[in-house]
Design a protein around this ligand. Structure first.
Ligand code: WT7
Length: 636
């Protein structure tokens, strides 16, 4: 059965395990994987050809991840809390589901989905607020072998439609609405609008949230409660899946305008989620784990749901936001549910730090044992504030570096076992063999070092393909350094081998820990009235880490800048969602381009940052004068 204990409990054991996994991955992961429930054993632990790329783990095996998340624990500890749900409003009642109850909820929904004709391999789009049904939906798909594609509730109808079409989903699971910071969000309306351009979707299962009614479309929309009540209870069994069958698709932004569907498969992902959860957080039986990420992002998949449930932990799902009704909300939740492990993003830490320490008055926080950070580099000031004020100086902080593509944590301290260093993700986990590459494409050996971060060996949790486009997978991750996985991040390594992630080196910007592709935002801006072209770059932002700075060119300069500004924001919200709205918009006469027409983003980045004295050589530009014009009117 999957263990609830961390394997690596001392630094010496970490070092031995890292060396063992690097030297003989098949042996290391084969030994590790024995603890899970398999319907059929594997024939080969792994085959990986990263040049192709062709990656398979535990081939020949059959399993169902939900038997490992739910059934085993429901047998062993049926009354242990599996899921605690804390609603957005502090006066509303929390709900707790034991392992026994969670299994029965998931089984019921699985039966209902089978009853609707959803089959193994079908793609199911999930667009739900952060409520227990979201967890049931994800797990019910996994139970029947349907591929879940969770779409974050903040995305616009167009983004939802793009994802539905790309995945070829026939069914959407949604709710009439949800709550965000005291305001109702009309989710069903967004789905209705998205479906205008998705003729392939024939069914929408709608959870009725009574406070937020929505019209139902007869013949297409089905009421959640009645569908469940009508389902045949015997149809909720777990489908035996092949190790390399798809478990889910999760869309993420890349360098091009089109989001890519990151594909994770059943067995390797399961092993990686469990291994990283138990070891990084040094989870101990009975602990309560609070991950503040939305299930719409990979952190919500791998730790709020899969990793914690695989370990038999109690996972806490919070519908709310950190600052509503007050910036004390997280601390109330931690005290109310006696949270042991708290995992959040630097942007949340910075906004709570900025809100003032008075919001910590009356917070006990005595239950906390481990703190985690994820999604973007955490600056030293925020790290120390987190350590001192939330961890009271006694909780190790794990700064966990990873990506949607990696499935789980890759570089991180092991809480209280290996040293935590402010602003450093520190050491690679066993199975992760990183290297740094210089500008000539050569490996930088020795320490200290700096370069592009690349991973040399396959690990169980890595993505297997880009949905429907394997060539794009190869091109994006394995073509810069053939035979190796390129992360898109830059990093430094100190004298002791600790990694510090410096940020993206491609056209992706991390805004509040969310990945935004500059090309996507530019496409949206270009759709606004009168715009000829635009360029978006990142600029340091006190709370968000990076903010979006947009340079926009109009055919005829806009009469009214306030109106033009509002139109651009509206267009971005419509095309992508509010999360991609630029923080700064500068109207410019033109963009700095090379003679071949390539936009010189390096120059635009420097101007945005205010470093106008060091723009480098601009003489090779098509129109060098444009640079001065832009620099003169830069926004502060
Ligand atoms: C990108 C991946 C990991 C789940 C949430 C984000 C950045 C992530 C860290 C960290 C510095 C980090 C990287 C990475 N990032 N964690 N601890 N320190 N940077 O997943 O949306 O796929 O984004 O987030 O730039 O490439 P994602």
């Amino acid at each position: 059965m999957p263990s609830s204990a961390a394997l690596l409990q001392t630094q010496a054991y970490y070092s031995t395990a890292w060396a063992a996994a690097a030297a003989d991955p098949a042996r290391f992961w084969g030994d590790y994987a024995r603890q899970f429930v398999w319907r059929k054993p594997w024939q080969t632990v792994y085959q990986a050809d990263l040049a192709k790329p062709d990656i398979a783990w535990f081939s020949g095996a059959e399993l169902n991840i939900t038997e490992n998340c739910l059934d085993r624990w429901a047998q062993l500890q049926p009354d242990a809390p599996a899921l605690i749900w804390e609603p957005s409003h502090p006066d509303d009642a929390a709900k707790t589901y034991t392992y026994g109850q969670l299994l029965s909820e998931v089984t019921r929904l699985a039966a209902a989905l089978r009853g609707l004709g959803v089959q193994r391999g079908d793609r199911v789009c999930i667009y739900l607020p952060m409520i227990p049904e979201l967890a049931f939906a994800v797990l019910a798909c996994a139970r029947i072998g349907a591929v879940h594609s969770v779409v974050f509730g903040g995305f616009s109808p167009k983004s939802v439609a793009d994802r539905l079409q790309d995945a070829g989903a026939k069914i959407v699971l949604t709710a009439t609405g949800g709550h965000r910071a005291g305001k109702p969000i009309q989710l069903k309306n967004i789905v209705d609008e998205a479906l205008l351009s998705c003729p392939g979707v024939s069914q929408v299962l709608v959870l009725n949230v009574p406070a937020i009614p929505a019209p139902m479309q007869p013949g297409r929309d089905l009421d959640w409660a009645t569908t469940l009540a009508d389902a045949d209870a015997n149809q909720g069994y777990a489908e035996p899946m092949e190790a390399e069958d798809m478990l889910f698709i999760l869309y993420t932004s890349g360098s091009t305008g089109k989001p890519k569907g990151v594909v994770h498969t059943c067995a390797g992902y399961m092993v990686w989620a469990h291994f990283t959860f138990t070891n990084v957080f040094q989870y101990q039986r009975g602990q309560v784990f609070f991950c503040t990420a939305d299930v719409g992002w990979i952190t919500g998949h791998s730790y709020l749901l899969y990793g914690s449930l695989l370990a038999g932990a109690t996972t806490l799902m919070f519908e709310g936001v950190p600052t509503w009704p007050t910036p004390a909300r997280f601390w109330q939740v931690i005290d109310r549910h006696k949270v042991d492990i708290f995992y959040t993003a630097p942007t949340a830490i910075r906004s709570l730090m900025a809100a003032g320490d008075e919001h910590l008055q009356g917070a006990d926080l005595g239950s906390l044992k481990v703190l985690g950070s994820v999604g973007e580099p955490i600056n030293e000031e925020a790290w120390h504030w987190y350590h001192r004020n939330i961890g009271k100086g006694r909780c190790p902080i794990v700064d966990t570096w990873w990506q949607t593509e990696t499935g789980g944590i890759m570089i991180s301290p092991l809480a209280g076992v290996t040293p935590s260093i402010p602003a450093h993700a520190t050491l690679p986990l066993p199975g992760v063999v990183p290297m740094l590459i210089d500008e000539h494409g050569a490996e930088v050996t020795g320490n200290p070092a700096q370069g592009n971060l690349v991973i040399k060996q396959a690990w169980p949790g890595m993505m297997r393909t880009t949905y429907g486009d394997h060539e794009r997978f190869r091109q994006t991750y394995f073509s810069a350094y053939p035979g190796q996985y390129f992360t898109g991040d830059g990093a430094m390594r100190d004298a002791d081998g600790n990694y510090r992630i410096t940020g993206r080196v491609d056209d992706v910007i991390n805004v509040s820990g969310h990945r935004i592709g500059t090309a996507e935002v530019e496409n949206a801006i270009n759709a606004a009235d009168g715009v000829t072209e635009s360029a978006v770059v990142g600029r340091p932002h006190d709370i968000k880490g990076q903010g979006l700075y947009a340079y926009v060119v109009y055919a005829n300069p806009p009469q009214d800048h306030v109106v033009a500004h509002a139109q651009i924001l509206a267009e971005v919200t419509k095309q992508i969602g509010a999360i991609a709205k630029p923080d700064w918009i500068q109207f410019v006469p033109g963009l700095p381009k090379t003679r071949s027409g390539k936009i010189m983003r390096r120059i635009l980045r420097k101007i945005a940052e205010g470093d106008t004295a060091n723009l480098g050589d601009t003489s090779t530009l098509l129109d060098p004068a444009v640079v001065d014009a832009i620099a003169q009117h830069r926004l502060t």
